[in-house]
Design a protein around this ligand. Sequence first.
Ligand SMILES: Cc1cc2nc3c(=O)[nH]c(=O)nc-3n(C[C@H](O)[C@H](O)[C@H](O)COP(=O)(O)O)c2cc1C
Length: 168
Amino acid sequence: MDLFEAIEKRASVRDLKPVDVPQADLDRILDAGRRAPSGRNRQPLDFIVIRDPDTIKKLAKAQACLADVSLIIAVAADPGKSEFWLEDIAAATENMLLAITALGYASVWIEGTLLRDEDDHKKALGVPENMRLMVALPVGKAAEPKSQADKRPLKEIVHWDRYGNLRS
Ligand SMILES: Cc1cc2nc3c(=O)[nH]c(=O)nc-3n(C[C@H](O)[C@H](O)[C@H](O)COP(=O)(O)O)c2cc1C
């Protein structure tokens, strides 16, 4: 799938079905995350690939749809390695979401619900105390076709030369 098609097709899918993800596809998704821009190129991120059903069940306490897949990619960062760790997490996460979409899978950026009990989830995954566990990406198939949420139109967002100069 072309990049622009993946950008348009990417949607937060919470109604997921499990699917076998061949290692070659998983490698491409992880490589997309690895190649994301990184502030001062400090690369403070680690990815945790979770296939163990018991661990998936524990993580699903954050959000039920995590239990509906057989593969989750979690993103952790060491804030001690870079002041830009949060931005780096976002860049890697979006790259992986686009790769997941381009390969025909579905996912959703799970962060808000994961952070409610971050310490518990860190323990379940063995993430060291000094690190942050910010994102979980379930990788599955969409149970039903799902479109991206509505976005504000460019004519509302884009200012030409100076803030306030909108074009209709
Ligand atoms: C920083 C961040 C945190 C998010 N956390 C969650 C979450 O915990 N659970 C969830 O279901 N979706 C989460 N989302 C997905 C958003 O709800 C979703 O992107 C938004 O509703 C727009 O829908 P779209 O992704 O289909 O465009 C998160 C997205 C971002 C960028």
